[in-house]
Design a protein around this ligand. Structure first.
Ligand SMILES: N[C@@H](CCC(=O)N[C@@H](CS)C(=O)NCC(=O)O)C(=O)O
Length: 201
């Protein structure tokens, strides 16, 4: 398999965490690309031109990190317990947590892209709205985490990768302020080898 990624993409980090958690590293070649330069190898794989994108051994190109994570979680060579529960109420609390983490990545990325825009093309109104959506999402994380299963899931990892992206790009948001419990949770999950090995710098 081949994974197109970038070391700073939070979505790609989530996939790389799953690869490590499921001991699939030996079966996947990780290829770093700059998605914003539209390299032919990426656009031929993902017409949307986004990373992460995975090419399976059968030659099927998969994209959108939740799809890739689900594929890897169910891979016949994957080790360890499923990161996406397949039934019961946990199936939906985990799916919801992954969607929330991914949505926070979307907001963080939109804010970062906004910064790169030339003067005159930015929208302070949109940026304000994205920041307030991010604050609201951060404030609901304790209750989101409280209904997740005890064992780690893709929901835990999506949220951890979203918080890691805030540390990387949006330190000025000071997300830990007034959120001691969440900061403590993050500190402990960030120490897992899969998250430590994929920490962007
Ligand atoms: N929903 C997608 C989002 C992927 C995404 O937006 N990746 C960014 C990098 S962090 C990208 O490739 N952007 C390139 C572009 O939008 O042109 C996922 O979960 O994989």
């Amino acid at each position: 398999m081949k994974l197109y990624h970038s070391p700073t993409s939070p979505y790609a980090r989530k996939v790389r965490v799953v690869i490590l958690e499921k001991a699939l590293g030996g079966f996947i070649e990780e290829i770093a690309v700059d998605a914003y330069a539209d390299p032919a190898v990426l656009t031929a794989t993902n017409p949307l031109g986004k990373i992460p994108a995975l090419v399976t051994d059968e030659g099927l190109a998969l994209f959108d990190s939740p799809v890739i994570c689900a594929y890897l979680d169910a891979h016949p060579k994957a080790e360890g317990p499923r990161l996406k529960p397949q039934s019961g109420p946990e199936q939906w609390s985990v799916a919801r947590a992954e969607a929330l983490g991914d949505g926070m990545m979307d907001l963080g990325l939109a804010l970062q892209m906004e910064r790169r825009k030339p003067e005159g093309e930015t929208s302070p109104t949109s940026a304000r709205r994205w920041r307030s959506q991010m604050t609201r999402a951060l404030d609901t994380l304790p209750e989101t985490l409280a209904i997740l299963p005890q064992d780690v899931t893709i929901g835990h990892f999506a949220i951890a990768c979203a918080l890691g992206y805030l540390d990387l790009r949006h330190g000025d948001m000071n997300w830990r302020d007034g959120r001691g419990e969440l900061a403590g949770w993050y500190e402990s999950i960030a120490a897992r080898p899969s998250l430590a090995a994929t920490k962007p710098n």
